[in-house]
Write a new protein. Structure first.
Length: 464
């Protein structure tokens, strides 16, 4: 017994003293083979056959979303998406949900700035029936009056609940000020825009957005190309509609000076901070260099911002930076909630980190960790049918190169330290930041004032 314990102790000690092996570069990644075709009516389709499981995932998207509407119709695209599955000319919302259940799956829809997407998964033996159900929902939604009234009621209640959250208010104001009058600046409904939603408006919006020339079908799963083509033709071949709506317009260059906006929440004991500037699209030559810079700065729990502002200084329990994408714009953004008494010190620390990553090269260790994290996250995201379908949909909706997925890991691993510094210096612009703070104005206005040569601007809960 003693001998066994001694051996165990020696083995344990040996394992503690042995250095961890170095992590080598990832193997080259090859995206799944896919087939692409276009129906006679202009609808595009993409298929990836995946026989690992008897499942089929499908996504039908139109290349228009919230940015297709003016501020008076904020939230209309979200209501449209939510109500798509609430009834067709022949099926009730319950019948649609029950059918999806019977097929071993689910059918739902969502909207963002640039698209409305109908999504489904089911057992492969029922893929034909699910295609038929998707087509009925996409082509012939009825928007029942009772369901519209209920959705409006829910939207109004959800808006009030969201407005109780400082982060929500900060996000609304941040994007409004970052994008100005561009439709991307509208990210939330208002009481007046919800009141405008009605069955007639929904039918009109559906007719304008849901046309075959504006539509894209992505299918991934246990299905052959011949089967997919026949199902697509049978269910969507007869779909007719007008021309595709115009895509979101180009975004004008951002502010040329730092501005601070304050949303007053009297009595609040913490401040929600959003700060950032416009960046680049994903097909920009510097995109991957900038992605690595952001990863080092605040892209994960091991980042500089988390290590310093959260762990060392204790100013916050969460902080992050990220690079966001729209069809015609990119965004660099930092967000964090902090206590009132440390808002000035926290902003000083964050701005200090922005200056440092723009002025000094990251270490070789930081570079390696950031690249491995980004490459690994990307590959893990493509392990499921839904992950593959979402990635294919993204490159189509954002008009990225066809080989974007194939070369993603390769381009991440090719990033070098000087290029990271160049990208950070170019696309993190401290003197042009939009800074939004949500908190008790009486307590924090003076603290914020020193961070801009312009006066702090008060804005309301809608970012106006």
């Amino acid at each position: 017994m003693r001998a066994a314990l001694l051996v165990s102790a020696l083995l344990a000690a040996s394992s503690w003293s042995t250095p961890m092996p170095e992590v080598g570069p990832m193997r080259p990644y090859k995206a799944p083979a896919r087939a692409q075709w276009r129906l006679a009516n202009g609808m595009q389709a993409v298929l990836v056959t995946d026989r690992r499981l008897p499942l089929v995932t499908a996504k039908l998207a139109v290349r228009s979303g919230g940015a297709a509407f003016g501020p008076e119709d904020a939230g209309l695209s979200d209501a449209l998406a939510e109500l798509l599955t609430d009834g067709t000319d022949r099926l009730s919302s319950k019948a649609i949900a029950d059918a999806a259940d019977d097929y071993g799956g689910r059918l739902w829809a969502r909207a963002d700035a640039d698209s409305v997407t109908l999504e489904s998964y089911c057992l492969s033996e029922f893929s034909g029936k699910m295609f038929e159900l998707m087509a009925a929902v996409a082509r012939r939604p009825s928007f029942p009056q009772a369901e519209v009234a209920l959705r409006k009621k829910n939207m109004a209640e959800e808006l009030q609940v969201s407005r109780a959250e400082s982060d929500f208010l900060a996000g609304v104001a941040f994007y409004r000020k970052l994008f100005g009058s561009h439709p991307y600046g509208i990210t939330a409904a208002t009481e007046s825009s919800i009141a405008r939603i009605g069955r007639a408006r929904l039918l009109e919006a559906h007719k304008r957005l849901f046309t075959p020339r504006n539509a894209l079908l992505i299918v991934v799963g246990d299905i052959s190309l011949d089967q997919a083509k026949k199902m697509a033709e049978r269910n969507f071949g007869g779909w007719k509609g007008g021309a595709a709506p115009a895509a979101a317009s180009a975004v004008a260059s951002g502010a040329r000076r730092r501005r601070i906006y304050l949303v007053d929440r009297p009595g609040s004991v913490q401040v929600s901070l959003f700060l950032g500037n416009l960046a680049m699209r994903e097909d920009h030559p510097d995109y991957f260099n900038f992605l690595v810079a952001n990863q080092v700065l605040g892209g994960s729990f091991a980042s500089r911002l988390v290590s310093d502002v959260r762990e060392t200084r204790g100013y916050t329990y969460r902080i992050s930076s990220r690079v966001e994408s729209r069809l015609t714009a990119g965004i660099f953004r930092v967000r964090t909630p902090v206590r009132n008494e440390v808002v000035e010190a926290a902003l000083d620390a964050i701005l200090g980190h922005l200056d440092r990553i723009r002025s000094k090269q990251i270490s070789s260790e930081e570079l390696a960790k950031a690249k491995n994290y980004l490459a690994g996250s990307f590959v893990r995201g493509l392990e499921t049918q839904d992950g593959v379908a979402s990635a294919l949909l993204h490159i189509k909706l954002h008009r990225l190169p066809e080989d974007f997925l194939d070369h993603y890991v390769e381009k991440v691993q090719a990033v070098e330290t000087p290029a990271v510094l160049r990208a950070a210096t170019t696309y993190i612009r401290p003197d042009e930041l939009v800074i939004v703070a949500v908190g008790d104005a009486a307590n924090i206005r003076d603290c914020l004032a020193r961070f801009s040569s312009d006066p702090v601007v008060a804005v309301d809960q809608d970012g106006n």
